[in-house]
Ligand binder design. Structure first.
Ligand SMILES: Nc1ncnc2c1ncn2[C@@H]1O[C@H](COP(=O)(O)OP(=O)(O)OP(=O)(O)O)[C@@H](O)[C@H]1O
Ligand SMILES: [Mg+2]
Length: 553
C-alpha cells in the first residue's frame, strides 16, 4: 500500500527531473546555458561587440585614413578623424563596447593623441584572445600572459626611444606635424604645429607646471568663423570672440594701459528674491522709483571709477541682466570699456592671465583686485567680424590664447580637435622627454622581439606572448591598407627589416615604401605609444575576465 502511494505521488526531485526532461536537452543547453557554456558565450559576445567598434575606427588610422561624418539625433553633423570623438559620438550601447569608448577617452586624457590606435589595438588583442580561448586556454591565463607581454613591450619601446631636448624646436614641431598629418587640417600643419609648440613652451618657460605636467586649460583655443586656417594666431593675453564690447553711449573701444576689473555681481537695479510686483499709482511715485534706480547705479559706477578701473569684465548672470542700459550709459560716460557675458568657466583663466581677482560684491571692489595689461581693444578682423584682445600681460605670461580661423563650423571644430592633439603631443614630450619613430615602427619592432621571446618561453605563456605580438601587427597592416598598399607584402618586408636590426624602419605612407622613420622625420612621443599599449592591454584583460552579465532592474 505504502509502495503504491509512493509511486503515485512522485517525490519533488522526480518532478523537477521530469520537467527538465520535458524541455528538450538541446534547447536547455543552448538557451539557458550550462555552467560551462554561459561564460563562453558571454565572452564571445563581448569580444564581438568590442571588435565591431574597433573595426569602425580602423579605417581612420594614419595619414591616409578616412574621416567619419557623424550625424546625431538633433541633426548636428561632425566630420572628424579623431578616434576619441568618433567612438564618443557613436552612442554605443553594449557595455563592453562602452569600455573601449572609455579607454579611448582615457588615452585622450593621458596622452591626447593615439586614440584611434588604442581602440584598434584593443580590437586586435581581443581577436587574438578569441583564438586562444577557442584552443581552451583559460581566460585568466591569457590575461596574465598579455600583461607580461605588455611589460616586455615597454622594455623594448624604452630601448627604441630617443631623448628630446625642449630647446630642440624642430623636433618638437616635427612631432606635432606627425600628429596633424592624419587630420583634415594636415595641409596647415606647418602653421598649427609651431603655434602648438610655442604655446606649450611658453607655459614651461613661465614655470606653470604641476608635477612636470602642463595644464592645457591654461591654453585657451577660441574659434571665429571667417578667413582661412592660415590666419590662425596666438598671443600672450586674452581673446574674446563672443563677448560684445558695449558701444552704448559712445563708450571707449580701446584702452591703453588698462586697469581691468572682473565682476561677478550685477550692475542693474536690485530685485526681490521672490517674484512680486510693485503697483505704481502716481507719476511722482514712478519718478521716485526711477530716481532711486539712477542713484543706485551711479553710486556703483562712481565706486568703480574711483578705484581707477577703466575696463570692466562682467560675468554672465542667470538671474537677471548682469548690466542694464542705464548702467552701460553711466559706465560709458565714466570712460569705462565694458565687456559683457564672461563665462564662469573663463574666470580662472582671466585671473591667471592678467593677475586680477574676481569681485563678488561692489563693497569689495578695491584697486588691489584689478588686473593690468598694455592694451585692451576691439579689433575688426579681415571680413568685418570683431574680437576683443587684451595684450601685453605683466611678466612672463602663464597662459596663452589661440584664435583659430576657418571658413565653416565643421572645419573650425576639427581644427580645434587637431590642435588639441598637437598641444597634447608637446605636453607628452614635456612629461616624458622621449620620442619614437612613427609609421608603425615601434609596433613592428615589439612584434618581432616578442615573437623571438615567445619561442624561448614555455607553456601557455608562449602562446599568449605570440598572440600579443601578432595583434600588434594590426597597426602596420592597417596603415598599409588605408594607404592603398598591399598589406601582406608591406608587413612581411617590414618584419624582415626589423629582423635585420633596422628598428626604426616604418611605412612611409606618402611614398608607399619602407624607410627609416627618424630620417623621414616621422616621429611621435614615446608616451603616446606606451600609453596606447598599456591601456589597450588593460581593457582587454578586463573584458576577458568577465564571465557573466547580470542585468538589474
Ligand atoms: N607621415 C606618416 N607616415 C607614416 N605613418 C604615419 C605618418 N604620420 C602618422 N603616422 C602614423 O599614423 C598613426 C596615427 O594615426 P592617427 O593620428 O590617425 O591615429 P591616432 O593618433 O591613433 O588617433 P587620433 O589622432 O585620432 O587620436 C601612428 O601610428 C603614426 O605613426
Ligand atoms: Mg594622431
Amino acid at each position: 500500500m505504502s509502495t503504491s502511494t509512493a509511486s503515485s505521488q512522485p517525490s519533488k526531485s522526480t518532478a523537477a527531473n521530469s520537467q527538465v526532461q520535458f524541455v528538450s536537452p538541446q534547447f536547455f543547453s543552448k538557451k539557458t546555458f550550462t555552467t560551462e557554456e554561459k561564460p563562453k558565450d558571454v565572452r564571445h559576445n563581448n569580444i564581438l561587440a568590442a571588435k565591431t567598434l574597433a573595426d569602425i575606427v580602423r579605417t581612420s588610422l594614419g595619414p591616409r585614413g578616412m574621416d567619419k561624418m557623424i550625424k546625431d539625433s538633433k541633426g548636428h553633423v561632425t566630420i572628424t578623424n579623431d578616434g576619441a570623438t568618433i567612438v564618443n559620438q557613436l552612442q554605443v550601447l553594449h557595455p563592453t563596447a562602452k569600455m573601449l569608448v572609455e579607454t579611448s577617452k582615457a588615452q585622450d586624457i593621458a596622452a591626447g593623441d593615439g586614440t584611434t590606435t588604442v581602440v584598434v589595438l584593443a580590437g586586435a588583442l581581443l581577436g587574438q584572445a578569441q583564438i586562444l580561448l577557442d584552443k581552451n586556454i583559460e581566460p585568466a591565463v591569457i590575461a596574465d600572459g598579455f600583461s607580461e607581454a605588455c611589460a616586455e613591450a615597454e622594455k623594448i619601446l624604452n630601448k627604441m626611444e630617443k631623448p628630446v631636448d625642449l630647446d630642440d624646436f624642430d623636433s618638437l614641431v616635427q612631432n606635432c606635424v606627425t600628429s596633424l598629418s592624419s587630420k583634415v587640417v594636415s595641409n596647415y600643419s606647418q602653421i598649427l604645429a609651431p603655434i602648438a609648440v610655442k604655446s606649450v613652451l611658453q607655459l614651461v618657460k613661465s614655470g606653470n607646471l604641476v608635477n612636470n605636467e602642463v595644464d592645457l586649460r591654461d591654453i585657451k583655443v577660441r574659434k571665429k568663423i571667417g578667413g582661412t586656417l592660415e590666419d590662425t594666431e596666438m598671443l600672450e593675453g586674452i581673446i574674446f570672440t563672443d563677448n560684445k564690447v558695449s558701444h552704448s553711449a559712445g563708450g571707449p573701444t580701446k584702452v591703453v594701459d588698462p586697469k581691468i576689473g572682473l565682476i561677478q555681481f550685477c550692475i542693474s537695479s536690485p530685485k526681490t528674491e521672490m517674484e512680486n510686483s510693485i503697483v505704481v499709482q502716481e507719476y511722482s511715485q514712478m519718478d521716485r522709483v526711477l530716481k532711486e534706480e539712477r542713484a543706485y547705479i551711479i553710486k556703483m559706477v562712481k565706486k568703480i571709477q574711483k578705484t581707477g578701473c577703466n575696463v570692466l569684465l562682467i560675468q554672465k548672470s542667470i538671474l537677471r541682466d548682469a548690466v542694464n542700459d542705464l548702467a552701460l550709459h553711466f559706465l560709458a560716460k565714466a570712460k569705462i570699456l565694458v565687456i559683457r557675458d564672461i563665462e564662469r568657466e573663463d574666470v580662472d583663466f582671466i585671473c591667471k592671465t592678467i593677475n586680477c581677482k574676481p569681485i563678488a560684491h561692489i563693497d569689495s571692489f578695491t584697486p588691489d583686485k584689478l588686473g593690468t595689461a598694455k592694451l585692451c581693444e576691439e579689433v575688426v578682423l579681415s571680413e568685418g567680424s570683431k574680437v576683443v584682445k587684451i595684450t601685453g600681460v605683466p611678466n612672463e605670461s602663464k597662459t596663452m590664447s589661440i584664435l583659430v580661423r576657418g571658413s565653416n563650423h565643421l572645419l573650425l571644430d576639427e581644427a580645434e580637435r587637431s590642435l588639441h592633439d598637437a598641444l597634447c603631443v608637446v605636453r607628452s614630450i614635456v612629461k616624458r622627454k622621449a620620442m619614437v619613430p612613427g609609421g608603425s615602427a615601434p609596433e613592428t619592432e615589439i612584434a618581432v622581439k616578442l615573437t623571438e621571446l615567445s619561442s624561448s618561453t614555455e607553456g601557455f605563456k608562449s602562446y599568449c606572448i605570440k598572440a600579443f605580438a601578432d595583434a600588434l601587427e594590426v597597426i602596420p597592416y592597417t596603415l598599409a591598407e588605408n594607404a592603398g598598399l598591399n598589406p601582406i607584402n608591406i608587413v612581411t618586408e617590414l618584419r624582415n627589416k626589423h629582423l635585420n636590426g633596422e628598428s626604426s624602419s616604418g611605412i612611409n605612407v606618402k611614398k608607399g615604401i619602407i624607410s627609416d622613420m627618424f630620417e623621414e622625420k616621422v616621429i611621435q612621443p614615446s608616451l603616446v605609444t606606451l600609453s596606447a599599449l598599456k591601456l589597450a592591454t588593460e581593457v582587454v584583460r578586463m573584458i576577458l575576465k568577465i564571465d557573466d552579465i547580470v542585468i538589474c532592474r
